[in-house]
Design a protein around this ligand. Structure first.
Ligand code: ATP
Length: 301
């Protein structure tokens, strides 16, 4: 069963901007699903619609196998979320922040200690949130999202602005929640490399449309079949100029030249040509393993 599914989701903002054209999300139960796309792709709009924070215009949303329209309250009891910057009280401790919400969510007081332990903030004692690092604040926000024991956690760019150490902390935390507590997680990001080691599934969106959805394995496999060729040289700009007549589709992505599929003879002839023109060729071969390049290539750099 899909934990979260959308069918033909469309959204137009009041200024006339079409944010979503046709988004068909399929998030399997137990997955860590990465919703990927460049800035303005429609990730936040999708997640806000799914959480009922924006009024749905067209399409169907179902969560836990039930239509959102008719089971909204029941569904939201099982969903935890972190959309945009979390609202934390800076002058209060982690426990005090959670205590305010514990009353609203009507969970037991012992749950506060449980979620603090879950996110690794059990030792913060009397420290005020104003003295927390950004990573600690994000973990506290996730603790808040987890307070009512949701089965589905929806996080909009939770690693935004974090240093590499903070990113690893959040990644480890989400993996733990998924593995140990069986929570399905949807996480958005504009960087595939940031979440590639975390997610089981990805949905790649660009300009309000879904370009790919499936496991990372399938994405890599499709790409290998497509046979794109990568080229690293001593001077990529010059190499691109030399190849422009022969390979007009060649373009630079993430520090390497990406070319469409071609025969081995043609690859060898490109190599000879570049070397003959005095351009050093460091690497030349089928793309496949470089996920970020695949992603950048799909969304058009
Ligand atoms: P980002 O990573 O920058 O947050 P995103 O993938 O989350 O990007 P959205 O915020 O969903 O993208 O935006 C999708 C499109 O909708 C963009 O073209 C954006 O300019 C437009 N948009 C978003 N919010 C509004 C709004 N309140 N009014 C009008 N247009 C909007």
């Amino acid at each position: 069963m899909h934990c979260l599914e959308t069918t033909h989701l469309f959204h137009r903002y009041s200024n006339g901007d079409i944010a979503l054209e046709d988004i068909n999300l399929q998030v399997p139960e137990g997955a860590i699903y990465g919703l990927l796309g460049p800035n303005g792709a429609g990730k936040t709009t999708t997640l806000r619609l799914v959480l009922g924070l924006l009024r749905k215009q067209q399409g169907v949303i179902s969560i836990f196998g039930k239509p959102f329209d008719t089971h909204r309250v029941e569904i939201l009891r099982g969903v935890g979320s972190l959309i945009e910057s979390p609202s934390l009280y800076d002058h209060l401790t982690a426990t005090e922040n959670l205590a305010l919400l514990q009353k609203i969510y009507r969970v037991t007081k012992t749950r506060i200690g449980e979620v603090l332990a879950l996110v690794g903030l059990a030792d913060t004692g009397g420290k005020k949130v104003s003295q927390f690092s950004l990573g600690m604040k994000q973990r506290l926000s996730i603790a808040i999202a987890m307070l009512h024991r949701p089965a589905l956690l929806i996080l909009d760019e939770p690693t935004n602005g974090l240093d590499p150490h903070g990113m690893v902390e959040i990644r480890d935390l989400l993996m733990k929640l998924n593995r140990e507590d069986g929570i399905t997680i949807v996480i958005s990001s504009h960087l595939l490399s940031e979440i590639a080691r975390l997610v089981t599934h990805v949905g790649i969106v660009c300009k309000g449309r879904m370009l790919f959805q499936g496991t990372l394995g399938v994405l890599l496999q499709q790409r290998r079949q497509a046979g794109a060729v990568g080229l690293c040289t001593s001077d990529d700009e010059r190499a691109l100029r030399i190849l422009s007549a022969d390979v007009p589709d060649a373009h630079i992505v993430d520090g390497k030249i990406v070319m469409p599929a071609m025969s081995n003879e043609r690859i060898a002839s490109i190599n000879r040509r570049l070397v003959g023109e005095g351009v050093g060729v460091h690497a030349l071969g089928a793309l496949g393993g470089d996920l970020e390049a695949i992603f950048m290539d799909m969304v058009g750099g």
